[in-house]
Design a protein around this ligand. Structure first.
Ligand code: BMA
Length: 328
């Protein structure tokens, strides 16, 4: 039996696996939980992040508007399923006009470290994607820090505590377009501003050994601390004659040296099979961005974008994921 290191969250969203659920990750039966039109001017609400907050949950949501402007919005929920999302995008306070200037913002992740909620997202900087970093204490007032990296970079995912005195972030160097390549790297920082010691973590798997992750991969949820290592839920992409297909996998990283991969899935753990994952603005995409965990029971609830249009919820346990991986 594997154990999650962290807090109990007995009231988090949950449904048991039933006999029709064949994969290590199973969907919430009333998916999708967030409709494309859940805010005043949204075209789609999808790759979004959720954390426990006060006596419920808070989240940062990627909403594309009806002019297809990409931005991030705050929301609150009592049960993690029904959400009240702001009609207006987040406004960041920033000491430096150069950094605070909005270009585009998408695919947020939220990570509680020590005393605040850090937000990372894909941040347009002079037209180039890089990793934006900000924080909030209350999901009402937001502060923006320096971008973590040089462009081009996407899928910046923080670790939920310092490791040997430093902050750590996974990321995926990319290009300025739809990036037909991409491996996951990890970087460290003493202060959330200066990032270095960039190490290679893991890459695509070529050939037909695990073809669903042969084009590019990118970190998804904040790594889940277990007694055996950091459990990372990520997306993997294959290029087909009909375009990219995004599926979900997981890996276990060394607790002290998180660039060392201990285990990884060869088979995907969730893939676009349901109609709302296969049809939408970008068909055939499941894109994990957040997970709630209950250390008491080992339950995990994953929030994921579906076909770049709506938000879905899926469930698994730490034991299911551990059993789905193979040693590297
Ligand atoms: C990636 C990002 C994601 C999106 C995915 C599938 O490059 O743009 O926001 O979900 O493509 O379109």
């Amino acid at each position: 039996m594997s154990k999650i290191v962290g807090k109990a969250l007995p009231d988090m969203p949950w449904q048991d696996k039933d006999e029709n659920d064949k994969l290590p990750v199973w969907r919430y039966k009333a998916n999708p939980i967030i409709d494309r039109f859940a805010t005043r001017n949204s075209n789609s609400i999808f790759n979004s992040a959720v954390v426990p907050f006060e006596d419920g949950y808070a989240g940062i949501f990627r909403c594309d508007s009806r002019s297809i402007s990409m931005d991030i919005f705050a929301g609150f929920s009592k049960d993690g399923i029904h959400w009240d999302i702001s009609d207006d995008p987040i406004v960041f306070h920033c000491d430096d006009e150069e950094i605070g200037k909005r270009d585009y913002r998408y695919d947020p992740r939220v990570c509680f470290i020590e005393d605040r909620y850090y937000i990372t997202w894909c941040n347009g900087y002079h037209g180039y994607p890089t990793i934006g970093v900000g924080y909030t204490f209350d999901f009402k007032t937001f502060y923006q820090l320096e971008n973590a990296f040089l462009p081009f970079n996407r899928n910046g995912v923080l670790f939920p505590r310092k490791i040997n005195g430093n902050y750590y972030m996974l990321s995926r160097p990319s290009d300025n377009g739809h990036t037909p390549f991409g491996d996951i790297f990890v970087s460290e920082s003493p202060d959330m501003k200066h990032w270095g010691v960039h190490r290679y973590v893991m890459g695509t798997i070529k050939g037909d050994e695990s073809a669903w992750q042969s084009t590019k991969i990118g970190a998804g949820c904040i790594p889940i601390e277990t007694e055996e290592g950091w459990l990372v839920i990520y997306h993997g992409v294959i290029n087909t004659c009909n375009g990219f297909v995004y599926r979900m996998g997981c890996a276990l990283l060394d607790l002290e040296q998180p660039w060392k991969v201990l285990k990884r899935t060869k088979n995907y753990i969730l893939a676009p099979h349901e109609i709302y994952e296969c049809m939408g603005d970008v068909p055939n995409v499941v894109f994990p961005c957040a997970a709630l965990t209950d250390a008491e029971t080992g339950r995990i609830a994953i929030y994921y974008g579906c076909a770049d249009t709506v938000t879905g919820l899926a469930f698994t346990t730490v034991n299911e994921l551990m059993e789905s991986m193979e040693s590297m």
